[in-house]
Write a protein that binds this ligand. Structure first.
Ligand SMILES: Cc1cc2nc3c(=O)[nH]c(=O)nc-3n(C[C@H](O)[C@H](O)[C@H](O)COP(=O)(O)OP(=O)(O)OC[C@H]3O[C@@H](n4cnc5c(N)ncnc54)[C@H](O)[C@@H]3O)c2cc1C
Length: 381
């Protein structure tokens, strides 16, 4: 049979298969645990095999990166740096494409806390894309808009997880001249269902309506995973309990099945440029900006040319590859021992039971966190 196999271990939920199907036989829906999966209507499937052909996740072989350079990047504009997760690489790169009349495709958090990819040529909406959202972004509606924009001869900068970038590259393989693909070093992705439940859980805890959420607000410094929620009454909360969701993410408990089989965690990437937090920069540079530093890897001449055009707005330093290679993971994350129990409890008892049973709320854990924070501050002084 030609059609894709529905093994969630090898499906990253990119929606390329649903978008390539001319018969509308594939729809993307939330599976039992909340992760996006393709569902096939057997009556509409004609067995053409296009869905299988476009799926990059199962393709084997080395990615064809022809250039590989590593840089640190810090945006010169203070406001941009403050509102970016790392050093503002996304804003700098997307500004170039906007300047040439192109469009930016990135992940946006809506008022109802849905995360999905949108396309824009407006810098205000582009700014709203900033901020790492540790949730899989829904791409099911974005392919047609990218296709229309590329067909009109405009440039497009797409940013997403490596698997989303691979999907876009595979889908637009024949139209890639004006397409810039930027991925980031990706720890993995939890799903939108669990994130919304986290918001509901916090609303119950605080007795307040939450209208916004930041996974990594820089008011507590770059590198802090202290998440903040913004309340309808104009107040903010950054309590310990906010950390529960990010804690599950960092402990590899809440990631989608395919993240444990990710083939993109290597130096060779399905993109023109890779961006990331430049953790460990203090070991490479005597002085660096404590407000955030991006690591940038260029993988193609196109990526290198794009980076060249941001030099006037950013401080950029090149590093020999062997000095940054420690940042590149060559293996997928592993499922922790508690993984099965985590999902069993979620299924039977729901999100609040996960917080009670899997989130370390003890005095010892909070104290350890505070000590680490102080030690980091002292190191920076
Ligand atoms: C799920 C996830 C996991 C990550 N894991 C790591 C990691 O392990 N190590 C590391 O060094 N860096 C990781 N990053 C990248 C890092 O957090 C920064 O996003 C990156 O360094 C860009 O910084 P910036 O200052 O240019 O970004 P910003 O200006 O804050 O822009 C962030 C960009 O990422 C896009 N984006 C945000 N959330 C998502 C999403 N859920 N799906 C697709 N695109 C999204 C936005 O559209 C925006 O373009 C991760 C990011 C995400 C979203």
């Amino acid at each position: 049979m030609n059609r894709i196999e529905l093994d969630s271990n090898y499906c990253c939920g990119c929606s390329a298969c649903a978008n390539v199907c001319a018969n509308g036989a594939i729809t993307i829906k939330e599976g039992e645990r909340g992760f996006l999966l393709p569902f096939i209507d057997e009556d509409k499937c004609v067995g053409c095999g296009l869905c299988k052909k476009v799926c990059d996740f199962k393709k084997v072989g080395q990615m064809d990166n022809n250039t590989l350079h590593a840089y640190s990047l810090v945006h010169s504009d203070e406001d941009t740096l403050k509102n970016s997760t790392s050093g503002g690489a996304f804003t700098a790169l997307s500004d170039v494409v906007l300047k040439f009349g192109g469009k930016i495709v990135g992940a946006l958090m809506e008022d109802d806390f849905s995360i999905h990819h949108v396309i824009t040529d407006d810098s205000f909406l582009r700014n709203k894309m900033r901020g790492s959202k540790y949730v899989q972004s829904d791409m099911s509606d974005i392919y047609t808009s990218i296709k229309d924009t590329l067909n009109s001869g405009c440039k497009v900068l797409f940013i997403g997880t490596p698997c989303q970038c691979a999907a876009v590259k595979s889908f637009f393989a024949l139209k890639s001249e004006n397409l810039y693909v930027v991925d980031f070093l990706c720890h993995g992705v939890p799903n939108n269902k669990m994130f919304k439940e986290h918001i509901n859980f916090l609303e119950e805890q605080y007795g307040k309506k939450i209208v916004g959420f930041s996974f990594r607000d820089k008011r507590y410094g770059w590198g802090s995973y202290n998440s903040i929620n913004f309340n309808a009454d104009g107040t903010i909360d950054a309590r310990w309990i906010n950390r529960a969701y990010c804690n599950f993410f960092l402990a590899n408990l809440s990631l989608r099945d395919s993240c444990y089989n990710c083939k993109y965690r290597s130096l060779y990437r399905p993109s023109d440029i890779t961006i990331a937090d430049f953790w460990g920069i203090e070991k490479l540079a005597k002085k660096y900006n404590h407000a955030g530093v991006s690591m940038v890897l260029t993988h193609s001449d196109k990526g290198e040319e794009l980076l060249n055009q941001v030099k006037s707005q950013c401080e950029i330093v090149e590093y020999p590859l062997d000095r940054v290679v420690y940042r590149m993971n060559d293996k997928p994350v592993t499922r922790p021992n508690r993984y099965a129990a985590f999902w069993d409890i979620y299924k039977v008892e729901g999100y609040s039971a996960l917080v009670k049973k899997f989130f370390d709320n003890s005095f010892k854990s909070r104290a350890r966190h505070e000590i680490r924070k102080i030690a980091k501050l002292l190191r920076l002084c």
